[in-house]
Design a binder for this molecule. Sequence first.
Ligand code: DAH
Length: 337
Amino acid sequence: MLDQTIKEIRSEIDALLPTITTNDQLEQFRITYLSRSGRIASLYESLKSVPKEQKPQFGQLINAIKQETESRFESVKTTLQSSTTRQASDVDLTLPGRMLPKGTRHPITRTMEEMKNIFVSMGFGIVYGPEIEDEYHNFEALNFAKNHPARDMQDTFFVKEDVVLRTHTTPVQIRVMKNRPLPLRVIMPGRVYRNEAVSARSNYFFHQVDGLYVDTNVSFADLKGTLVTFAKNFYGNDIKYRFRPSYFPFTEPSLEMDITCFLCKGKGCRICKHTGWLEVLGAGMVHPNVLRNCGHDPEKYSGYAFGMGVDRISLLRYGIDDIRIFFENDVRFLNQF
Ligand code: DAH
């Protein structure tokens, strides 16, 4: 009988000890087996009822299990203590941190952000529009004639009939003029798409920033002042500029702005095709038809608008000779910025 109880206690202890991971569990173990009223102490009680001649034999067995359990208890105790102390001392607060690889901003993003910052400092808000656009906003409301060549399949990606990937950021002008109260002074940055052959100089998607100011008495002089202020901030105070008459369906009159080539400083080089000038943007006074299409009276309101490309400018500023490299996501390229 006693023999059986000793065996049971031993196998309980064998099963329990390896599962102990906290001081609380260990204390619980001590109370159950090793305390004065614990299971091992009760074995000594039972010894009293064992026949006299068997007492020494059972006494030895009980002593053995007691000693063994005590020493195993001690060793678990030291392991628990040392593991907690080791954890604390493992942390060397003086070690320098591990450097994680740092991302960089894409050159197109950087150019865009610089443009945005300049216009925001001049009081323009920022508005974004959809890249999938309907023909109405992309062409019709902007006063493009029904048979205008820009609507041609050659230039425009059609998603389905009447739905295109926007070919410029100018349709956002229609959206803001229809949805926001006048006066308005906003820029509209974003990605645009054109069905063009990919080469070192051109891609089938690129980026533009459009601008729009509509109020009473907005003049051509206001437009020129804004463009010159932007160009001096963005390209440098010492650049020279010129305006050329141009044509866009949505502005009248229209102009294009050139600045002195910032690579050769106007002397003439391969980049500016030996003219000394770089064309940087198109602009003009908002066409009365466009104002009317958006529900505004052109007798009462006038406005100016402009639009510039971002990719070619980034190419020139960072001395990159192939536009395709912008979108290959090669970290060896991107890490340089
Ligand atoms: N949308 C024109 C383009 O993609 C650029 C442009 C010219 C935008 C004149 C304008 C503008 O807002 O007034 O070539």
